[in-house]
Design a protein around this ligand. Structure first.
Ligand code: NI
Length: 171
């Protein structure tokens, strides 16, 4: 178990398409997921993609109980998602603020599909197949974008709604 360094935007690994995971339920995979959990919890994140700790494979974790970063956020069950496929269930998108552990201190308004289906596998090889909406759908879209080499600023449509958290959310 170990908290790993989180790569920041500008690192070329974050811009690569991640490789499919070929073998599930291996000791190496379980070890990596433990590191990702430790790293996400230490950073108080809602999700983490393997490329963010330098492993360019199709693996993300996410989940929110009650989190200081997202006090208003709905709960999302803790999930390990491997080789994901996302399909929008509606054309409708909605705007909301996002942050990312690879852009510390920054926030931006990103349009995301309101409702999606996502499929994939957990670390043991069990199938995952869920229809979700709202914040859960947003988190999955954000994390899975990391596997395509896409960071949320690349999805921002109005760059005036992008900046440092401390400047934007002035009390
Ligand atoms: Ni992120």
């Amino acid at each position: 178990m170990a908290v790993r360094e989180i790569l920041k935007m500008g690192n070329p690994i974050l811009l690569k398409e991640a490789e499919q995971v070929r073998e599930l339920d291996t000791p190496e995979l379980h070890e990596l997921i433990k590191d990702m959990m430790d790293t996400m919890i230490a950073a108080e994140g809602a999700g983490l993609a393997a490329p963010q700790i330098g492993e360019s494979i199709q693996l993300v974790i996410f989940g929110i109980e009650k989190n200081e970063r997202y006090p208003e956020a709905e709960e999302v069950p803790f999930t390990v998602l491997i080789n994901p496929i996302i399909k929008p269930l509606t054309e409708d998108k909605e705007d909301d603020w996002e942050g990312c552990l690879s852009l510390p201190g920054m926030r931006g308004v990103v349009p995301r599909y309101k409702a999606i289906n996502y499929k994939g596998f957990d670390q043991y090889g069990n199938k995952i197949d869920r229809d979700v909406e709202g914040f859960h759908a947003r988190v999955v879209q954000h994390e899975c974008d990391h596997l395509l080499g896409i960071l949320y600023p690349m999805r921002i449509e109005n760059m005036k709604l992008f900046g440092f958290h401390d400047e934007i959310f002035v009390e």
